[in-house]
Design a protein around this ligand. Structure first.
Ligand code: SF4
Length: 242
């Protein structure tokens, strides 16, 4: 999708209309406005599971995909299968075209150990770049209270990197609201959360967090990196730059 000249105003208008709306209403709006050119990417984190739960009540037909880097936890892949069964949805596993073993063989070892930026680009970001071309909008589970880098997240923004509209139905929800929904609506979630993980990505690059750490502190331990490149910037700044 190309950014039309009036898109910034339109995005401001949409955010105004959706301010204070609960996630199911935001998702209904997204489906009405963008389907069939609407997709959702999920790593099966708790926010993704909550969104899938709400989305399935509206329609199980929105194309949902998981970027399968080859390094996901077995628990994540088991949850993916469970969500598909529970909600009658298909969650397509999209890959960079090689298995993790093939990728490592091609590169003489594990790239995530020597260059995690490159590994994230080649195993994740490039997959979303390919997928994004088919759609006008995508749904993401990011929230303002996850980390300082996500504190400016708006419900609707222009994704300058992937050239489509990005919708974050849980942008204004807190961690507490997310887990309340999981408990009261009996939403399946990754058992790794019960082992201290707070944000779940690839197994080699994720550790449990300690009390008081932000939710993304367990990603890429020992590195300054906190994002894989799918959500690279503060989206309120992106909107301001349009
Ligand atoms: S999170 Fe780690 S293993 Fe996964 S794509 Fe990024 S660097 Fe590679």
């Amino acid at each position: 999708m190309n950014a039309a000249a009036d898109l910034p105003e339109q995005i401001d208008y949409w955010n105004e209309q959706l301010r204070g709306a609960e996630p199911p209403r935001i998702l209904q709006w997204a489906v009405d406005r963008f389907a069939p050119k609407l997709t959702m990417a999920t790593a099966l984190g708790v926010t993704g599971c909550v969104i899938l739960h709400f989305l399935a009540k509206i329609t199980p037909k929105i194309p949902v995909f998981n970027i399968d880097t080859g390094y996901q936890f077995p628990e994540t892949l088991a949850l993916l299968a469970r969500m598909e069964k529970e909600y009658g949805m298909t969650i397509e596993r999209r890959t960079a075209g090689t298995t993790a073993a093939e990728y490592e063989k091609l590169n003489g070892g594990a790239v995530h150990l020597t260059d995690s930026v490159r590994c994230c680009y080649e195993r994740k970001v490039s997959v979303l770049e390919q997928t994004a071309r088919q759609y006008d909008a995508w749904i993401s589970g990011i929230r303002r209270d996850e980390s300082p880098s996500r504190a400016g997240t708006e419900i609707v923004s222009w994704d300058k990197k992937f050239h489509l509209v990005k919708i974050a139905p849980l942008a204004y929800w807190t961690k507490k609201q997310v887990w309340s929904a999981v408990i009261y609506e009996h939403i399946p979630y990754n058992p790794l959360y019960d082992q201290g993980y707070a944000s779940i990505g690839c197994a080699p690059c994720t550790r449990p967090v300690q009390t008081g750490e932000d939710e993304r502190a367990g990603r890429w331990p020992g590195q300054a990196k906190t994002e894989c490149g799918l959500h690279p910037e503060d989206v309120s700044r992106i909107n301001a730059q349009l």
